[in-house]
Write a protein that binds this ligand. Sequence first.
Ligand SMILES: Cc1cc2nc3c(=O)[nH]c(=O)nc-3n(C[C@H](O)[C@H](O)[C@H](O)COP(=O)(O)OP(=O)(O)OC[C@H]3O[C@@H](n4cnc5c(N)ncnc54)[C@H](O)[C@@H]3O)c2cc1C
Length: 520
Amino acid sequence: MEPDVLVVGAGPTGLMLANQLVRRGVRTLIIDRHAGPSRETRALGVQARTLEIYAKLGIAGRALELGKRGTGANLWAQGRKTARVPLGEAGRNLTPYPFILILGQDDSERIMGDKLRDLGGSVAWNTELVGLAQEPGRVAARLRLPDGTEKDIHAAWVAGCDGARSSVRELSEIGFPGAPYEHVFFVADTEATGDMVPDEINVYVWREGFHLLFPMRGKDHWRVVGILPAALHHRDDVTFEDVIPSLRHEAGAGLSFKACSWFSTYRIHHRSAARFRDRRCFLLGDAAHIHSPVGAQGMNTGLQDAYNLAWKLALVVSGRADAALLESYEEERVPVARRLLNTTDRAFRLVVSDSRLAGLLRTKVLARVAAFAMSLERIQKFAFRTVSQIGINYRNGSLAKSLEGLADGAPRAGDRFPWLRLRFGTDGPVEDVFEKLDDTQFNLIVIGQPQPSGGLDLGGLLRIHVVPVDPVNHAALARAQIPEPSFYLVRPDGHVGLCGVRWDAAAVRRYVSESVHLAV
Ligand SMILES: Cc1cc2nc3c(=O)[nH]c(=O)nc-3n(C[C@H](O)[C@H](O)[C@H](O)COP(=O)(O)OP(=O)(O)OC[C@H]3O[C@@H](n4cnc5c(N)ncnc54)[C@H](O)[C@@H]3O)c2cc1C
């Protein structure tokens, strides 16, 4: 059987894409050149938007069981706690997951791998992509199989989820401009005691740089991330014991390490692919963009690339949408990656710069400004929306159409539809809107006006939810600044496609055929 989609790479991005394609009935082949799943923890922070997607896939419960909820982040400067971001409060009413889940990437990959098996899919390990040729209507891919032989297969589409050294990117001759940072990082799994706020993220800024301490499962278990002292840069036998003096020099005698079970050093690059697509081949995750780990965004961004592309590919593969729909993948995800690269780059330069001025800025100015800013609720919410990725929008893309008349401040086309608890029928229970939305279809939310008549079902691709006028609804809608009446057509990935005030069947029909390119 020739697959509709060949997914190259079974890291987090490839596993998410394969899961989303398989559950939408797409014939998918996922391969990885490694012998089995990675055991490296790498990414630790699972953001709220990722957990929302995990919930739609049915794996959020398992992730929450295995992870640790970081409900606050504390900034320390010169031995004093200067600011705290109360993630729990800042994210309340914005998402069912108002925290950052501390969960190793290996656990995330295991959970997604198990889910893929439940759905009837599996990874072809020890299988490497070694050649690509675009042909009319399909791609020829050369695979090196576990026994060392090579075989050509054909797929309608290829998704390069094959990491920073992506073969799909290189074989498609897509550039990856950017540069390495000069600093060398270290990461260590430790048993430590000190003045860290338990169960929260602790960020220490020093004249010399910074250290991040993430709480992990188990007593006194902390993941420490920092910059290797310059004197150790060129040694390739560095151990955690070599780093401890610099940590203790900065933190004082309060910080004490009892054990270190894993230590590693690494260099970081910041790069973005010149394009995220070459005809029938797409780039997602680290294959498309890499940046500093400040902000714990990398893995989460790859997972959202996959969630963005999957529903579009599924509609095109099944013949329900024209391939023109796929143009919106690059249109929507390239700006997200570019913005992320710029912001993480700026933040990173500030926290790692060696200059004396930057050292002062970090420990004096940054600490005070952060303390003041984080005391303001609006800034707390803005920070939460940004870091949790729930604030990502596609307002400027061709799939976003806001009709006239929506008040300023109302959610607009391109935004993630907000998380609300609403009553969907008169006298019905109050329900979580995210649980109501079916992410394999479009969802039409009709607010404060009658159910549309006229048999609009987009060939079985539409679910309609009517939100009646009701005091509970009124309060929840007002909090999200959603006007009554209004209507929101939500795409399968939870972003608003079309919205307006008075229900307009003709506008919906026009939108799905002209913007989404659906064959209805
Ligand atoms: C120390 C560290 C800490 C980090 N912390 C965070 C964090 O807290 N939060 C966060 O969001 N991100 C973090 N990141 C980034 C995160 O690890 C990456 O963004 C993430 O792994 C990207 O996933 P991916 O699936 O796109 O690529 P990868 O995980 O690199 O997976 C690519 C897969 O493709 C396979 N492959 C490659 N070439 C081929 C081929 N030719 N044929 C077949 N298979 C192939 C590889 O074997 C691999 O399994 C961190 C990274 C590092 C190094």
